[in-house]
Design a protein around this ligand. Structure first.
Ligand code: SF4
Length: 215
């Protein structure tokens, strides 16, 4: 079992070393290799990132945390999981004493882990053939909160389904359906999805999330 002192020292050293930017490398033309980051979030966004991408502004140093940790010698090597003729590529931030760890920046300490973070961590457990994982949320004032997870087959099957769907839609050049969520508000494709070119009518968040009471 991982020692608490070592674990905290590892995190502190890693955070102190952060100083450069990193991006997950994805070959936009290789539709038979899907990166895990593409399928745990909105598939439409991932599709646009490959086919007709628009840069997104990184708002703060905190957002670089996960990628930087992977790059600074604390990280794991990327690994592939074969799904028929498609490769699912994933990379955990760290593996310490057989425990897979991912770091996520957050404005505040969350009440529960984000669904996409759970999907990501669980898929990493299958890709690296490990059983236990941890998500560590870190706020900009360096508070941290930890959630643990034991791997779950059903959750991974959902990721596999999404890998197949994204690969098929990329091959067929078909834009995936909308997946409305709170993430839409900071998505660089918001206008394409929710603002009609004809009348420039913008939808409210409640409409986007299907909560509108209007008839
Ligand atoms: S605005 Fe929402 S539905 Fe559209 S691509 Fe972005 S996350 Fe997906």
């Amino acid at each position: 079992m991982m020692g608490d002192t070592n674990f905290r020292e590892t995190i502190k050293s890693a955070i102190d070393s952060i100083g450069q930017e990193l991006k997950v490398e994805i070959d936009p033309d290789d539709f038979k290799t899907i990166n895990l980051v593409e399928v745990v979030r909105c598939l439409r966004r991932s599709y646009y990132d490959r086919i007709d991408s628009k840069e997104i502004e990184i708002k703060g140093f905190n957002e670089l945390l996960s990628g930087l940790l992977r790059k600074l010698g604390y990280g794991t090597e990327p690994k592939e999981f074969q799904i028929d003729d498609i490769k699912l590529k994933g990379q955990a931030d760290m593996i310490v004493d057989d425990v897979v760890i991912i770091f996520r920046p957050n404005q505040t300490i969350p009440e529960a882990p984000q669904a996409e973070d759970l999907l990501f961590l669980n898929a990493c457990l299958w890709i690296y053939d490990k059983f236990d994982g941890i998500i560590i949320y870190i706020t900009s004032d360096r508070k941290e909160y930890t959630f643990s997870l034991t791997r779950n087959k059903k959750m991974f099957e959902e990721v596999i389904r999404r890998v197949r769907v994204l690969s098929d839609l990329l091959n067929q050049k078909k834009v995936p359906i909308l997946e409305p969520s709170q993430n839409c508000l900071e998505c660089q494709y918001y206008q394409r999805c929710f603002i009609s070119k004809k009348n420039s009518k913008q939808k409210s968040l409640s409409e986007i999330l299907g909560l509108s009471k209007e008839n």
